[in-house]
Design a protein around this ligand. Structure first.
Ligand SMILES: [Zn+2]
Ligand SMILES: [Zn+2]
Length: 428
């Protein structure tokens, strides 16, 4: 019979090799630093990495460090280029470093590139493989199957470097890009914890803001983020809901008319998007004026996709009323079986944004029984108008980004968000 020491050793090696669990360690006081710690944002890589049962990562321009994120305990180090693999197994995540098994961990487990390096995904079918900061891997359970979830934790400002090119063309004026950077930052801050159930703040899809990691960054996006470092938009001391659309068509829409809330928010009022008698600020957009034509049959086929717009065979469509910005409020659908009323927003949603780009639209019944829709703008038109910002920034208007934001968000102030590492932040 083995002695107790041997038994303990066997038990220990079993634990070390096969199943790691956290042992609580006393946490000392964090030393005060002169520079404020940057705010870290957690992005669920739902679109890019999550959902698989196997992931391979490596570090570039930096050594890698693996940490048991459940208890912040270091697990292993590896030089640049080490191959770290994560495989879903019964009991957790089996991890290998350069083909040597480190063990099975319940997760979450986190790989960091030390000293500002990058983490690159080596798994096949990864569209945007490189990330700043750290990547945390955990076991996710769904009703159908278990899979590995991946969360990218990185400083907010570095996240914005990558978000900006997905949200606004980099060919836009630098002041418009700065305005968009402040909008994107405010949106992210206002939505921190939105995906709490998945242990992250935001996702990487268009549901939140499109995020494609380091490979999407460009010099122009980094410049716009750096020039506005830490700045966010406030109304009455609180972060605003920084909504925006591509082209307001020459007049923005109030939030309650855009069906974002029943109550009217003071900073989201409908405003004309032009100087007194000048052209619309957003007139440079290719959607600024548009025209579409559909037969009754085509309209019926599209409307039938939604139960709220199904009226049998469509006989006639009418726009009944408009909001103060000129957007259609009520659409009447007269069918062979019944008559229904839907909102302009619902009509656009059912038809699709490509076919009816905005609800700033008029309707003409043609002698052929087809309908012609003449409209302006693209998107809901509430808040910040992206093409308008570009027009405002360009000569001869030459507005600065702060004035652009104050035009679209009435009565707001722009100031640093505490904890974002802004260099203009003053110490208390
Ligand atoms: Zn999301
Ligand atoms: Zn506009």
């Amino acid at each position: 019979m083995r002695n107790l020491v041997d038994q303990t050793r066997i038990l220990l090696s079993f634990c070390v090799l096969f199943l790691f669990s956290c042992v609580s360690v006393p946490v000392g006081a964090v030393p005060e630093s002169d520079s404020p710690t940057p705010l870290i944002i957690r992005i669920g890589l739902r679109r890019a990495l999550s959902g698989q049962v196997y992931l391979a990562l490596t570090t570039r321009q930096a050594a890698g460090q693996l940490t048991d994120a459940a208890c912040s305990q270091p697990v292993a180090d590896g030089p640049e280029g080490s191959r770290w693999t994560f495989r879903l197994v019964p009991g957790g995540i089996e991890i290998e470093k350069d083909e040597a098994v480190l063990g099975v961990f319940p997760g979450p487990i986190r790989l960091d590139a030390r000293g500002g390096g990058l983490i690159e995904a080596l798994s096949p079918k990864v569209r945007s493989p490189r990330y700043r900061g750290g990547i945390e891997i955990s076991v996710r359970k769904s009703s159908r199957k278990n899979y590995l979830g991946a969360v990218n934790a990185l400083p907010l400002e570095e996240y914005l470097y990558s978000v900006l090119p997905s949200e606004m063309p980099l060919s836009f004026h630098p002041e418009a890009l700065k305005a968009q950077a402040v909008v994107a930052r405010t949106y992210a801050l206002q939505h921190l914890g939105r995906h709490k159930a998945d242990d992250c703040d935001l996702c990487d899809g268009i549901h939140c803001q499109s995020y494609l990691g380091y490979d999407a960054e460009r010099d122009k996006s980094r410049a716009a983020v750096d020039a506005t470092r830490g700045e966010a938009i406030y109304y009455g001391g609180r972060l605003i809901y920084a909504v925006y659309s591509a082209d307001c068509g020459g007049h923005t829409q109030s939030n309650e008319d855009g069906a974002m809330s029943r109550s009217a928010w003071s900073y989201l009022r409908a405003v004309p998007d032009r100087s007194d008698d000048g052209p619309d600020y957003c007139s440079g957009s290719r959607f600024h004026t548009w025209s579409r034509q559909f037969t009754l049959y085509e309209l019926k086929r599209s409307l039938n996709r939604s139960p709220i717009a199904r009226v049998g065979s469509l006989q006639e469509m009418r726009f009944l009323d408009y909001d103060p910005s000129g957007r259609v409020k009520t659409v009447e659908l007269i069918g062979s079986r019944e008559v229904k009323w839907i909102t302009g927003g619902q009509f656009r949603q059912i038809m699709g944004g490509e076919r009816i780009p905005s609800t700033l639209v008029t309707l003409t019944r043609l002698p052929s029984n087809a309908y012609r829709f003449d409209g302006r703008g693209f998107g809901h038109g509430v808040g910040f108008c992206q093409h308008g910002a570009n027009g405002m920034a360009a000569a001869p208007q030459s507005f600065r980004y702060q004035d652009i934001l104050k035009h679209y968000y009435q009565g707001v102030e722009i100031r640093p968000f505490p904890g974002t590492g802004s260099f203009i932040e003053t110490k208390p």
